[in-house]
Design a protein. Structure first.
Length: 376
């Protein structure tokens, strides 16, 4: 029986997608526990700010979820232009940190515009394909214009340099194009072209440290104290956790500072050492529930725009999760992609909560709109 109708739970609360929100809340709380341990048994500086950011961005996601579709359509192209201008500003006046120029100091916040571009590029391509007549989906307009939409921010991000974010932009945009119905042969052709160009890009397009990261992925033991140090220590931490882990706040790799970045990029390794395989399964299952819900929202969308937005936002979250987990286990180069809702970091939390808010927004559109099939 519907508890909202019986008056037990207010209708606005009962209508929320708790099947996604509960795993999200549990995952974030678990992340705070791991960050508490990573700080040596202290809420500061990681766990407290992690929970504060999540609370603030959850309110932001609720605001996004309430946006009407006409307003979102109206603001999508201007938002793309604004974020593109911010990326250009990074190249001119951006802050440098860790050898990269990625941030803008706006006084009240230090902003990483490339993170904002991830959900914005999904919205932009979704709107473009929603407006494109179905008969033109195999024409040059279905490929050339999106290539420019993706290529401009990718080029600016590569100048920072930030390979991981540029790949995230390409992945999110590519998924929207795939869902829009572009011919599969185009994607196979692009894959073959990328494979053929990979050696040239490796030797002439990547920085020296990026080349070392790629080579280290194949043989981290070749330089265990240099380029392979991160992956080697991560594997030790994950492997030493066993089935049940060493116990909460008892991780040696992170506490003795053998594990680099235990609170950001390698937070999964920090968790696995203390919580073992069971903790890892909890994290993976929680992400699987969230991503499955996102795909369900996309498939149930009443219109083309909503479906593409939901599919692209789900793909963006998936990219974070997949690359981070592959990275900490040594199956992908170390590219600085944090684990959503668990790693300490405001920029990645902002991006992923925008994606969550957009998915809740489309879910509300689905619930409120009459069932009439796809529309432009």
């Amino acid at each position: 029986m519907n508890v909202a109708r019986r008056g037990i739970v207010p209708d606005p609360i009962a209508r929320q997608p708790w099947g996604m929100l509960i795993p999200l809340l549990l995952l974030t709380a678990f992340g705070a526990a791991v960050l508490y341990s990573a700080a040596g048994g202290s809420m500061d500086p990681f766990a407290s700010s992690h929970l504060t950011r999540f609370a603030v961005f959850l309110v932001m996601a609720a605001v996004i979820a309430a946006l009407p579709q006409p307003f979102v359509r109206l603001m999508t192209y201007p938002a793309y232009v604004v974020v593109l201008l911010l990326l250009m500003a990074v190249e001119i006046i951006g802050q440098v940190g860790g050898g990269s120029q990625r941030w803008l100091n706006l006084g009240f916040i230090v902003l990483q515009p490339s993170e904002l571009m991830k959900p914005v590029i999904v919205l932009t391509l979704a709107l473009y394909f929603a407006k494109l007549p179905v008969g033109l989906i195999t024409s040059w307009r279905a490929l050339a214009v999106p290539a420019v939409i993706i290529g401009l921010p990718m080029g600016l991000v590569l100048l920072q340099p930030d390979l991981g974010t540029s790949l995230a932009l390409a992945f999110g945009g590519g998924v929207v194009m795939l869902l829009a119905g572009l011919p599969l042969r185009w994607f196979f052709g692009a894959g073959l072209a990328a494979a053929a160009a990979a050696p040239v890009a490796f030797y002439f397009g990547l920085q020296e440290y990026q080349q070392r990261r790629v080579l280290t992925m194949f043989d981290p033991e070749a330089d265990p104290l240099g380029a392979g140090y991160h992956i080697t220590q991560s594997k030790i931490a994950i492997g030493s956790g066993g089935l049940f882990g060493k116990g909460f706040n008892n991780g040696s790799q992170s506490h003795l500072q053998y594990l680099p970045e235990p609170h950001t990029d390698f937070v999964f390794a920090t968790m696995a050492e203390e919580w073992g395989l069971l903790g890892g399964l909890f994290v993976i299952i929680a992400f699987a529930i969230i991503l499955r819900w996102g795909l369900k929202v996309a498939f149930q969308s009443r219109d083309r725009f909503g479906s593409l937005v939901a599919g692209g936002m789900t793909a963006t979250i998936f990219f974070y999760v997949a690359v981070n987990l592959l990275m900490v286990m040594g199956f992908a180069p170390v590219v600085g992609i944090p684990l959503p809702f668990m790693s300490h970091g405001g920029s990645s939390m902002l991006t992923n909560m925008i994606c969550i808010g957009a998915l809740m927004m489309v879910n509300r559109w689905n619930r409120d709109a009459p069932r009439s099939g796809f529309a432009s």
